[in-house]
Design a protein around this ligand. Sequence first.
Ligand code: HPA
Ligand SMILES: [Zn+2]
Length: 358
Amino acid sequence: MRSQNVNSLLPRFVTAANGVPGEHHIHIEGALTPELLFKLASSNAVQLPTDDPAFRSVASLHQRYSEFASLDDFLHYYYIGMSVLVTTSDFEALACDYFEHAARDGVAHAEVFFDPQAHLVRGVSYKAILAGFKIAQAHAFEKFGITSELICCFLRHLPVTDSLATFNLSELQTSIRCGEVVGIGLDSSENGFPPTLFKDIYQQAKALGIRRTAHAGEEGPPSYIRDALDTLEVGRIDHGIRLANDPALLERVAAQKTLLTVCPWSNVFLKGAKSVSELPIRLFLDAGVQFSINSDDPAYFGNHYILDNYCAVQDAFGLSAQEWKSICEASIHGSWCDEPRKQQLLSKLEAVIADHQH
Ligand code: HPA
Ligand SMILES: [Zn+2]
């Protein structure tokens, strides 16, 4: 299965079945389409804001989503949107919808963020959330061969004590111990909420031996990227586009091969860049910075799932097949799947490239 609108300028190995090796930056709550949002609001009798004309219809909500002024403007709608998610089957439907899109785009492996605090506060249990995701993950594997992992994110605009209490929930700790959750992340409003605030949780996560990433340098300064690396000891940086403003840090990130999970359409929709061509993709490639290309919150950003983000990069930068190969390789090396799966993804990439050279 493949999107109708594949950019013929992308190398054929990327557009082959399962040619997109990995998505590392997708908030599952950001895959909630206006269509599913209204359906679940109705079935769960959730009252949407009556004083905001955006919620009059699917069409008006789509329209409002095309006019975000900033990350915080988007987050306002993101948190209202997810208020319709209540039951296990809601979380299952949400994740299945994402995996269907991922399959259509040829994704082989997906690492999916979720925001438990935003659900726990409404009385939804951690168990209900995870049960829905697990059903969808099994379905994605059986139907499409997509492997997936879950990454639990903490909301930086809330008091750190709230994140700590959530991290220490026994159900969450159990999901980490049994490998259902492979890592932690940090998201929500960035400016004014430096990574250093979350040092304790990240130290505890390190002690448990799980993976760590954090949003940094999306709207915030390069110093947040440095803090995430030094204080939180993250293995990846989500977004990280502001790295372009700090040449010394850029050199360091390139040298230590930290993966940035770049989200081109997200940056344009949230006014971090006027167009994809303004993003530091060329700089990153030339400096040897490892990055993957991702969708972030596709249902909020013009329905641009991962392949649309690949296409936008190709339209803006006209990369060579060799450059795409290096992006695919970086994406696999930076994945948090187990070693055998990594080798499988690398062999698949080699095989598909060989196939398309004949
Ligand atoms: O791009 C993002 N940045 C920060 N928080 C988020 N939560 C969902 N998407 C994002
Ligand atoms: Zn994000």
